[in-house]
Write a protein that binds this ligand. Structure first.
Ligand code: FES
Length: 177
């Protein structure tokens, strides 16, 4: 298939939301699963799609972006890739460091914090555009709103020589979109 499909599976306790770069597969969330297939679709792998549509640097597929391109008062949207699955995450800069979280609100995990033009970031918080949950900029804890006490799901990244890399071992590669 030429475009990935976003699949969200929810139970009362758990939600899994991923982008799938394949024409057949299964997504699990707790005890629930969703199987799908597309007839007659061309298949492409996550790596092929990333290379075609995303920004990847040189030979290192975990390179995200130069530190200077990561916003302070906004977010950059990326995708971590493993096999034929893509997991969206967002990054923002705190001084010379970068924090990254899944692009998903703990209140309703199918809601993207950054729908494509950057998440709303104030002096102290990242704010969900859907119902206004406020997450502390540094640690992602929800300090007010419908999911108060929950936290954004962290993604491991590091900064080396002025560049940001995805170092989370759940992923093999990443792309910025
Ligand atoms: S979906 Fe984010 S606060 Fe409700």
């Amino acid at each position: 298939m030429s475009e990935p499909v976003r699949v969200t599976v929810s139970t009362d306790d758990e939600t899994e939301s991923v982008r799938v770069y394949d024409d057949a597969g299964r997504v699990d969330a707790g005890s629930a699963s969703f199987s799908f297939s597309f007839d007659g679709a061309e298949s492409s792998t996550a790596t092929e799609s990333a290379a075609a549509g995303g920004q990847q640097s040189g030979d290192d597929p975990t390179h995200v972006a130069p530190l200077s391109e990561v916003p302070i008062n906004g977010t950059m949207r990326c995708e971590g890739l493993a096999d034929d699955r893509g997991t969206e995450f967002i990054l923002r800069r705190e001084g010379d460091a970068v924090v990254a979280w899944r692009n998903s609100c703990p209140h309703k995990p199918e809601v993207r914090l950054d729908p494509g033009h950057g998440a709303l970031v104030t002096d102290k918080h990242l704010v969900c555009h859907e119902h206004g949950a406020r997450f502390v900029r540094g640690d992602g804890q929800c300090s007010s709103g419908p999911c108060q006490g929950a936290a954004l799901a962290p993604i491991e990244v590091s900064v080396e020589d002025g560049d940001v890399y995805l170092t989370d071992d759940r992923f093999d590669a990443c792309c910025v979109f």
